[in-house]
Design a protein around this ligand. Structure first.
Ligand code: PLP
Length: 370
Protein backbone atom coordinates (compact mmCIF):
# COMPACT_ATOMS: atom_id res chain seq x y z
CA UNK A 1 0.00 0.00 0.00
CA UNK A 2 1.32 3.41 -1.00
CA UNK A 3 -1.14 6.05 0.19
CA UNK A 4 -1.48 9.48 -1.42
CA UNK A 5 -0.40 10.95 1.93
CA UNK A 6 1.02 9.12 4.96
CA UNK A 7 0.55 11.25 8.07
CA UNK A 8 1.27 8.27 10.33
CA UNK A 9 4.77 8.05 8.86
CA UNK A 10 5.26 11.72 9.63
CA UNK A 11 3.95 11.30 13.17
CA UNK A 12 6.67 8.75 13.92
CA UNK A 13 9.32 11.35 13.04
CA UNK A 14 7.84 14.26 15.04
CA UNK A 15 6.39 12.53 18.11
CA UNK A 16 9.24 13.53 20.39
CA UNK A 17 8.90 17.21 19.55
CA UNK A 18 5.14 17.48 19.43
CA UNK A 19 3.94 15.46 22.42
CA UNK A 20 5.91 17.45 25.04
CA UNK A 21 4.57 20.68 23.49
CA UNK A 22 1.03 19.36 23.90
CA UNK A 23 1.69 18.34 27.48
CA UNK A 24 2.88 21.86 28.22
CA UNK A 25 -0.40 23.32 26.95
CA UNK A 26 -2.34 20.75 28.96
CA UNK A 27 -0.47 21.76 32.07
CA UNK A 28 -1.09 25.45 31.43
CA UNK A 29 -4.82 24.80 30.72
CA UNK A 30 -4.75 27.95 28.55
CA UNK A 31 -6.54 26.56 25.54
CA UNK A 32 -7.73 29.89 24.10
CA UNK A 33 -5.13 32.39 22.83
CA UNK A 34 -2.35 30.96 24.96
CA UNK A 35 1.27 31.97 24.51
CA UNK A 36 1.95 29.50 21.64
CA UNK A 37 -0.59 31.35 19.45
CA UNK A 38 1.39 34.58 19.76
CA UNK A 39 4.65 32.69 19.24
CA UNK A 40 3.30 31.03 16.08
CA UNK A 41 2.15 34.40 14.71
CA UNK A 42 5.64 35.78 15.30
CA UNK A 43 7.34 32.72 13.76
CA UNK A 44 5.12 32.66 10.65
CA UNK A 45 5.43 36.40 10.02
CA UNK A 46 9.23 35.98 10.15
CA UNK A 47 9.18 32.88 7.97
CA UNK A 48 7.01 34.51 5.31
CA UNK A 49 8.68 37.89 5.56
CA UNK A 50 5.49 39.71 6.52
CA UNK A 51 5.02 42.53 9.01
CA UNK A 52 2.25 40.65 10.87
CA UNK A 53 0.46 37.34 11.04
CA UNK A 54 -2.99 36.71 12.55
CA UNK A 55 -3.84 33.11 13.41
CA UNK A 56 -7.41 31.97 12.81
CA UNK A 57 -9.59 28.87 12.73
CA UNK A 58 -9.00 27.69 9.12
CA UNK A 59 -7.68 28.61 5.71
CA UNK A 60 -11.26 29.29 4.69
CA UNK A 61 -11.54 31.85 7.49
CA UNK A 62 -8.17 33.36 6.55
CA UNK A 63 -9.74 34.11 3.15
CA UNK A 64 -13.11 35.11 4.59
CA UNK A 65 -11.66 37.52 7.18
CA UNK A 66 -9.37 39.08 4.54
CA UNK A 67 -12.33 39.63 2.22
CA UNK A 68 -14.64 40.78 5.03
CA UNK A 69 -12.14 43.52 5.90
CA UNK A 70 -12.71 44.93 2.39
CA UNK A 71 -16.36 45.68 3.27
CA UNK A 72 -17.77 44.31 0.01
CA UNK A 73 -21.20 45.57 -1.03
CA UNK A 74 -23.77 43.59 -3.02
CA UNK A 75 -22.65 43.49 -6.65
CA UNK A 76 -18.96 43.95 -5.84
CA UNK A 77 -16.85 41.56 -7.88
CA UNK A 78 -13.77 39.57 -6.95
CA UNK A 79 -11.70 37.87 -9.65
CA UNK A 80 -10.29 34.43 -9.00
CA UNK A 81 -9.43 31.05 -10.54
CA UNK A 82 -12.13 28.45 -11.27
CA UNK A 83 -9.54 25.67 -10.76
CA UNK A 84 -9.06 25.62 -7.00
CA UNK A 85 -10.50 24.23 -3.80
CA UNK A 86 -14.08 25.43 -3.28
CA UNK A 87 -13.17 27.62 -0.28
CA UNK A 88 -11.61 30.29 -2.51
CA UNK A 89 -14.88 31.12 -4.24
CA UNK A 90 -17.07 30.23 -1.26
CA UNK A 91 -15.28 32.84 0.85
CA UNK A 92 -15.85 35.51 -1.83
CA UNK A 93 -19.59 34.77 -1.77
CA UNK A 94 -19.77 34.62 2.02
CA UNK A 95 -17.97 37.96 2.33
CA UNK A 96 -20.76 39.49 0.23
CA UNK A 97 -18.97 39.54 -3.13
CA UNK A 98 -19.59 37.96 -6.52
CA UNK A 99 -16.88 35.62 -7.82
CA UNK A 100 -15.67 36.29 -11.37
CA UNK A 101 -13.72 33.42 -12.86
CA UNK A 102 -10.75 33.79 -15.21
CA UNK A 103 -9.31 30.75 -17.01
CA UNK A 104 -5.98 29.14 -16.08
CA UNK A 105 -2.62 28.62 -17.78
CA UNK A 106 -2.49 25.04 -19.05
CA UNK A 107 1.07 24.45 -17.83
CA UNK A 108 1.07 25.79 -14.24
CA UNK A 109 -2.69 25.45 -13.58
CA UNK A 110 -2.60 28.99 -12.11
CA UNK A 111 -4.81 31.90 -13.18
CA UNK A 112 -3.89 33.21 -16.63
CA UNK A 113 -2.93 36.76 -15.74
CA UNK A 114 -3.09 37.87 -19.38
CA UNK A 115 -6.86 37.35 -19.27
CA UNK A 116 -7.54 39.26 -16.05
CA UNK A 117 -7.68 42.79 -17.48
CA UNK A 118 -10.63 41.88 -19.71
CA UNK A 119 -12.58 40.70 -16.65
CA UNK A 120 -12.11 43.92 -14.65
CA UNK A 121 -15.20 46.14 -14.35
CA UNK A 122 -15.95 49.25 -12.27
CA UNK A 123 -17.29 46.86 -9.61
CA UNK A 124 -14.09 44.79 -9.28
CA UNK A 125 -12.74 45.19 -5.75
CA UNK A 126 -10.11 42.50 -5.43
CA UNK A 127 -8.19 39.70 -7.14
CA UNK A 128 -7.58 36.39 -5.40
CA UNK A 129 -4.83 34.48 -7.22
CA UNK A 130 -4.36 30.92 -5.94
CA UNK A 131 -0.82 29.52 -5.68
CA UNK A 132 -2.07 26.12 -6.77
CA UNK A 133 -0.42 22.83 -5.81
CA UNK A 134 2.49 24.75 -4.22
CA UNK A 135 3.62 26.99 -7.08
CA UNK A 136 3.11 30.75 -7.05
CA UNK A 137 0.95 32.44 -9.66
CA UNK A 138 2.38 35.29 -11.78
CA UNK A 139 1.73 37.62 -8.91
CA UNK A 140 3.78 40.50 -10.31
CA UNK A 141 1.18 40.89 -13.09
CA UNK A 142 -1.62 40.87 -10.52
CA UNK A 143 0.21 43.47 -8.40
CA UNK A 144 0.40 45.84 -11.37
CA UNK A 145 -3.33 45.46 -12.08
CA UNK A 146 -4.28 45.91 -8.42
CA UNK A 147 -2.15 49.05 -8.13
CA UNK A 148 -3.55 50.51 -11.33
CA UNK A 149 -7.19 49.89 -10.44
CA UNK A 150 -6.97 50.39 -6.66
CA UNK A 151 -7.97 46.81 -5.90
CA UNK A 152 -6.96 44.52 -3.04
CA UNK A 153 -4.80 41.46 -3.70
CA UNK A 154 -5.58 38.45 -1.53
CA UNK A 155 -3.10 35.60 -2.05
CA UNK A 156 -4.66 32.18 -1.55
CA UNK A 157 -1.46 30.58 -0.29
CA UNK A 158 -3.20 27.62 1.41
CA UNK A 159 -1.16 25.13 -0.63
CA UNK A 160 2.01 27.18 -0.88
CA UNK A 161 3.66 27.79 2.49
CA UNK A 162 7.38 28.18 1.76
CA UNK A 163 6.93 28.64 -2.00
CA UNK A 164 8.97 31.48 -3.48
CA UNK A 165 9.14 33.50 -6.67
CA UNK A 166 12.11 35.46 -8.00
CA UNK A 167 10.99 39.06 -8.58
CA UNK A 168 13.50 41.72 -9.65
CA UNK A 169 16.36 39.55 -8.41
CA UNK A 170 14.80 38.89 -5.01
CA UNK A 171 13.18 35.70 -3.73
CA UNK A 172 9.72 36.59 -2.42
CA UNK A 173 7.64 34.21 -0.33
CA UNK A 174 4.04 33.35 -1.00
CA UNK A 175 1.96 35.50 1.33
CA UNK A 176 4.42 38.40 1.49
CA UNK A 177 3.25 40.36 -1.56
CA UNK A 178 -0.52 40.73 -1.34
CA UNK A 179 -2.73 42.95 0.76
CA UNK A 180 -3.01 39.72 2.72
CA UNK A 181 -1.88 36.12 2.31
CA UNK A 182 -4.20 33.32 3.46
CA UNK A 183 -2.69 30.06 4.71
CA UNK A 184 -4.27 26.80 5.86
CA UNK A 185 -3.00 24.36 8.46
CA UNK A 186 -5.42 21.62 7.37
CA UNK A 187 -3.64 18.30 8.09
CA UNK A 188 -2.84 17.59 4.42
CA UNK A 189 -1.15 20.94 3.77
CA UNK A 190 2.65 21.15 3.83
CA UNK A 191 2.48 22.51 7.37
CA UNK A 192 -0.52 20.72 8.86
CA UNK A 193 -1.98 20.75 12.35
CA UNK A 194 -4.02 18.04 14.04
CA UNK A 195 -7.30 19.63 13.05
CA UNK A 196 -8.36 22.84 11.38
CA UNK A 197 -6.31 26.01 11.47
CA UNK A 198 -5.18 28.96 9.39
CA UNK A 199 -3.25 32.22 9.42
CA UNK A 200 -3.35 35.56 7.60
CA UNK A 201 -0.16 37.46 6.76
CA UNK A 202 0.03 41.14 5.89
CA UNK A 203 2.55 43.99 5.57
CA UNK A 204 -0.07 46.48 6.79
CA UNK A 205 0.05 46.92 10.58
CA UNK A 206 -3.30 48.72 10.74
CA UNK A 207 -5.00 45.98 8.72
CA UNK A 208 -3.42 43.39 11.02
CA UNK A 209 -5.03 45.04 14.04
CA UNK A 210 -8.37 45.12 12.27
CA UNK A 211 -8.14 41.43 11.33
CA UNK A 212 -7.17 40.49 14.88
CA UNK A 213 -10.33 42.25 16.04
CA UNK A 214 -12.59 40.65 13.43
CA UNK A 215 -11.27 37.27 14.60
CA UNK A 216 -12.58 37.89 18.13
CA UNK A 217 -16.01 39.45 17.67
CA UNK A 218 -14.77 42.85 16.54
CA UNK A 219 -13.34 44.04 19.83
CA UNK A 220 -9.71 44.76 20.75
CA UNK A 221 -10.80 44.94 24.39
CA UNK A 222 -13.03 42.23 25.84
CA UNK A 223 -16.75 43.22 25.93
CA UNK A 224 -16.14 46.39 23.84
CA UNK A 225 -17.09 46.02 20.19
CA UNK A 226 -16.24 48.61 17.53
CA UNK A 227 -17.58 46.38 14.78
CA UNK A 228 -19.14 42.95 14.33
CA UNK A 229 -16.65 40.16 13.87
CA UNK A 230 -16.78 36.47 14.56
CA UNK A 231 -15.11 33.73 16.59
CA UNK A 232 -12.26 32.40 14.48
CA UNK A 233 -9.36 31.77 16.83
CA UNK A 234 -6.65 29.16 16.42
CA UNK A 235 -6.57 26.71 19.35
CA UNK A 236 -3.49 26.96 21.57
CA UNK A 237 -3.04 23.19 21.10
CA UNK A 238 -2.85 23.59 17.31
CA UNK A 239 -0.41 26.49 17.66
CA UNK A 240 1.85 24.36 19.88
CA UNK A 241 1.83 21.51 17.35
CA UNK A 242 2.55 23.84 14.43
CA UNK A 243 5.38 25.57 16.29
CA UNK A 244 6.99 22.20 16.94
CA UNK A 245 6.66 21.25 13.26
CA UNK A 246 7.69 24.56 11.64
CA UNK A 247 11.49 24.02 11.96
CA UNK A 248 11.12 20.94 9.72
CA UNK A 249 9.07 22.61 6.98
CA UNK A 250 11.97 23.54 4.68
CA UNK A 251 13.40 20.00 4.81
CA UNK A 252 9.97 18.56 4.05
CA UNK A 253 9.54 20.92 1.10
CA UNK A 254 13.00 19.93 -0.18
CA UNK A 255 12.06 16.25 0.04
CA UNK A 256 8.91 16.96 -2.00
CA UNK A 257 11.05 18.68 -4.66
CA UNK A 258 13.44 15.71 -4.76
CA UNK A 259 10.53 13.33 -5.29
CA UNK A 260 9.28 15.60 -8.09
CA UNK A 261 12.65 15.37 -9.85
CA UNK A 262 12.61 11.58 -9.64
CA UNK A 263 9.08 11.43 -11.05
CA UNK A 264 10.02 13.82 -13.86
CA UNK A 265 12.88 11.53 -14.87
CA UNK A 266 10.95 8.30 -14.43
CA UNK A 267 7.88 9.44 -16.35
CA UNK A 268 9.70 11.44 -19.04
CA UNK A 269 9.31 8.89 -21.84
CA UNK A 270 5.59 8.29 -21.53
CA UNK A 271 3.89 10.16 -24.36
CA UNK A 272 0.50 10.41 -22.65
CA UNK A 273 1.86 11.75 -19.34
CA UNK A 274 2.70 15.42 -18.86
CA UNK A 275 4.66 16.04 -15.67
CA UNK A 276 4.21 19.31 -13.76
CA UNK A 277 5.85 22.39 -15.18
CA UNK A 278 7.62 24.81 -12.88
CA UNK A 279 7.61 28.38 -14.11
CA UNK A 280 11.11 29.88 -14.33
CA UNK A 281 11.68 31.91 -11.22
CA UNK A 282 9.43 29.73 -9.07
CA UNK A 283 10.46 27.45 -6.25
CA UNK A 284 7.69 24.86 -6.03
CA UNK A 285 6.70 23.19 -2.74
CA UNK A 286 4.56 20.43 -4.32
CA UNK A 287 1.63 20.27 -1.96
CA UNK A 288 0.43 18.12 -4.86
CA UNK A 289 2.39 16.46 -7.64
CA UNK A 290 -0.11 16.64 -10.46
CA UNK A 291 0.33 15.02 -13.86
CA UNK A 292 -1.92 15.23 -16.90
CA UNK A 293 -3.05 12.23 -18.90
CA UNK A 294 -5.93 11.74 -21.31
CA UNK A 295 -6.80 8.31 -19.82
CA UNK A 296 -6.91 9.68 -16.29
CA UNK A 297 -9.79 7.66 -14.84
CA UNK A 298 -8.43 4.37 -16.23
CA UNK A 299 -4.96 5.10 -14.85
CA UNK A 300 -6.45 5.97 -11.48
CA UNK A 301 -8.31 2.62 -11.26
CA UNK A 302 -5.18 0.78 -12.41
CA UNK A 303 -3.13 2.39 -9.62
CA UNK A 304 -5.91 1.79 -7.12
CA UNK A 305 -5.96 -1.94 -7.92
CA UNK A 306 -2.24 -2.02 -7.09
CA UNK A 307 -2.70 -0.26 -3.77
CA UNK A 308 -1.32 3.06 -4.98
CA UNK A 309 -3.19 6.14 -3.83
CA UNK A 310 -3.95 9.07 -6.14
CA UNK A 311 -6.54 11.83 -6.28
CA UNK A 312 -8.24 14.19 -8.69
CA UNK A 313 -7.81 17.82 -7.68
CA UNK A 314 -10.21 19.04 -9.03
CA UNK A 315 -12.84 17.07 -10.96
CA UNK A 316 -15.37 19.88 -11.46
CA UNK A 317 -14.61 23.51 -12.28
CA UNK A 318 -16.04 26.08 -9.89
CA UNK A 319 -17.79 28.10 -12.63
CA UNK A 320 -19.86 24.99 -13.44
CA UNK A 321 -20.85 24.12 -9.85
CA UNK A 322 -24.62 24.02 -9.24
CA UNK A 323 -24.31 26.61 -6.43
CA UNK A 324 -22.89 29.15 -8.93
CA UNK A 325 -25.48 28.51 -11.63
CA UNK A 326 -26.89 32.00 -11.02
CA UNK A 327 -23.60 33.49 -12.24
CA UNK A 328 -24.51 32.30 -15.74
CA UNK A 329 -21.36 30.47 -16.84
CA UNK A 330 -21.61 27.80 -19.52
CA UNK A 331 -19.65 24.67 -20.34
CA UNK A 332 -16.80 25.45 -22.76
CA UNK A 333 -16.45 29.02 -21.55
CA UNK A 334 -13.21 28.44 -19.62
CA UNK A 335 -11.70 25.66 -21.73
CA UNK A 336 -8.29 25.21 -20.07
CA UNK A 337 -9.91 24.78 -16.68
CA UNK A 338 -12.40 22.27 -18.03
CA UNK A 339 -9.67 20.29 -19.82
CA UNK A 340 -7.56 20.25 -16.64
CA UNK A 341 -10.54 18.88 -14.69
CA UNK A 342 -10.69 15.89 -17.04
CA UNK A 343 -6.93 15.23 -17.23
CA UNK A 344 -5.27 15.87 -13.85
CA UNK A 345 -4.11 13.21 -11.43
CA UNK A 346 -2.16 13.83 -8.23
CA UNK A 347 0.41 11.21 -7.15
CA UNK A 348 1.98 10.50 -3.73
CA UNK A 349 4.68 13.13 -3.05
CA UNK A 350 4.70 13.36 0.76
CA UNK A 351 8.17 13.86 2.28
CA UNK A 352 8.41 10.40 3.88
CA UNK A 353 7.77 8.58 0.55
CA UNK A 354 10.70 6.17 0.13
CA UNK A 355 12.77 5.64 -3.04
CA UNK A 356 11.41 2.07 -3.27
CA UNK A 357 7.81 3.23 -2.97
CA UNK A 358 8.37 5.83 -5.64
CA UNK A 359 9.87 3.21 -7.98
CA UNK A 360 6.71 1.13 -7.53
CA UNK A 361 4.53 4.12 -8.51
CA UNK A 362 6.66 4.90 -11.56
CA UNK A 363 6.76 1.25 -12.65
CA UNK A 364 2.97 0.97 -12.37
CA UNK A 365 2.40 4.07 -14.50
CA UNK A 366 4.84 2.72 -17.11
CA UNK A 367 3.12 -0.65 -17.10
CA UNK A 368 -0.25 1.01 -17.68
CA UNK A 369 1.11 2.84 -20.70
CA UNK A 370 2.73 -0.21 -22.41
C1 PLP B 1 -7.11 23.99 1.79
C2 PLP B 1 -7.44 25.16 0.97
C3 PLP B 1 -8.23 26.21 1.43
C4 PLP B 1 -9.01 26.15 2.70
O1 PLP B 1 -8.31 25.81 3.85
P1 PLP B 1 -9.08 25.11 5.07
O2 PLP B 1 -8.07 25.21 6.17
O3 PLP B 1 -9.37 23.71 4.67
O4 PLP B 1 -10.30 25.89 5.37
C5 PLP B 1 -8.40 27.32 0.62
N1 PLP B 1 -7.85 27.39 -0.60
C6 PLP B 1 -7.10 26.38 -1.09
C7 PLP B 1 -6.48 26.54 -2.44
C8 PLP B 1 -6.88 25.23 -0.34
O5 PLP B 1 -6.15 24.24 -0.85
Amino acid sequence: MIPLLDLKAQFETIKEDVLPALLEVAESQRFIMGEPVRQLEEAISQYVGAESAIACASGTDALLLSLTALGLEPGDEVITSPFTFFATAGAIHNAGGTPVFVDIEPDTFNIDTTQIEAAITPRTRAIVPVHLFGQMARIEDVMVLCDRHGMALIEDAAQAIGARRLLAGEWCMAGSLGTTGAFSFFPSKNLGGWGDGGIITTQDAALAQRLAKLRTHGGAKQYHHEEIGTNSRLDTLQAAILLAKLPRLDKWNEARRRHAEIYAEGLADIADVTVPYTDRGNEHVYNQYTIRTTRRDELRSFLNERGIGSAVYYPKALHLQPCFEHLGYEGGQLPETERACSEVLSLPVYPELSADQQEVVIAAIKEFHT
